[in-house]
Design a binder for this molecule. Structure first.
Ligand code: GDP
Length: 321
């Protein structure tokens, strides 16, 4: 039986990945924050159906020694590093926290794997934020990085560390450059879940307005369960490599809103208001990933249309579609 260790197992991706690996017969270990265990009902909701089958470890990914000891005890065959701090709007203190946490945790994992079990394969969740304001759209694995957030910078630093351990130490370590991917398990701070949960409230008469920022902002939105399948496939190949994981299709926030209201039998124009608080500065060239490499190499593709994704999210928020 293969053993896997997932950091950030309680998040959208971690929980879907745990489901996938359990279905394949893996012994699944997950790292969660200590607060999550103490406040399990609230913070481990994504794992409520699987919690009895996952070994949960309340360990900080930013404590090298405890990570090392945990790894030594488990001896995983595969490790998926999904945990990260990801605030888009941050204050100055957060800047140090995001960079240090996100970079150090990757570095600690790499050095631990090298030291204790170099045969363990490592997947690292990169982000389209690594391209920030890209020179070209769609982006490929060869597009120049141009990060515009500390989060993007932290992901690039980890990406180079992964490459370095792969090239110099021979580790099987790779980065998936993940574009936005959504599901009923998406957090409410993201625009997609904010939209579907508010549409559901409006349909039930519990809310009357949906306040949003830039309706013309464009995103490449995929179906989250497919994206964790991509992570797993990246670790099953012969040669470790980095891949963009995306749909290659762009939609605007307005498209998303329009479809969500329509599926709920409502006209969005009556309910949507714009609020300057939710606008982001400069989003000129859209983040859209070209998935040709992963399609050709791993036969992977995003399987659900945006309308199908929105339908699933609305259903989870209590609307029959
Ligand atoms: P991100 O790609 O990680 O930033 O994912 P989000 O879901 O937070 O944002 C996706 C896009 O929606 C961005 O281009 C935002 O500018 C845009 N957007 C428009 N209105 C809102 C809003 O009210 N909340 C959020 N979070 N994003 C919004």
């Amino acid at each position: 039986m293969k053993k896997a260790l997932i950091t950030g197992v309680a998040g959208q991706d971690g929980s879907y990945l745990a489901d996938l690996l359990l279905s394949k017969g893996y012994e699944v270990h997950g790292i969660v924050k200590r607060e999550s265990v103490e406040d399990a009902n609230h913070r481990l909701g994504n794992l409520s159906h699987s919690i009895d089958r996952i070994h949960l470890h309340p360990v900080s990914v930013n404590n090298h020694l405890s990570l090392y000891k945990l790894f030594r005890d488990i001896q995983p065959d595969e490790c998926y590093h999904l945990a990260a701090s990801s605030f888009v709007h941050y204050n100055f203190d957060d800047e140090f926290l995001i960079l240090n946490n996100n970079f150090n945790s990757t570095h600690y994992l790499l050095s631990t794997i090298k030291e204790l079990k170099p045969s363990c394969r490592l997947f690292f969740a990169g982000s389209s934020e690594m391209f920030g304001e890209p020179d070209e759209s769609p982006q490929t694995e060869l597009t120049r990085f141009n990060p515009k957030s500390i989060y993007g910078i932290s992901k690039i630093a980890s990406y180079y560390m992964i490459r370095n351990y792969r090239d110099k130490e021979g580790l099987f370590a790779c980065t998936g450059i993940m574009y936005n991917h959504e599901s009923p398990r998406r957090g409410h701070q993201f625009v997609t879940r904010k939209i579907t949960s508010t549409v559901a409230k409006i349909a039930r008469g519990e809310a009357s307005t949906l306040s949003l920022g830039n309706l013309d902002a464009l995103r490449d939105w995929g179906w989250a369960p497919d994206y964790v399948e991509a992570m797993w496939r990246m670790l099953q190949t012969e040669t470790p490599d980095d891949f963009i994981v995306s749909t290659g299709k762009l939609h605007s926030v307005r498209d998303f809103v329009d479809i969500a209201f329509r599926l709920a039998g409502l006209d969005y124009a009556k309910y949507v208001a714009t609020d300057p608080r939710f606008f982001r500065p400069s989003e000129h060239i859209p983040l859209c990933g070209n998935p040709s490499k992963i399609a050709a190499t791993l036969s992977w593709r995003n399987s659900r249309s945006l309308e199908e994704i929105i339908g699933s999210m609305l259903q989870a928020d209590g609307i029959e579609v």
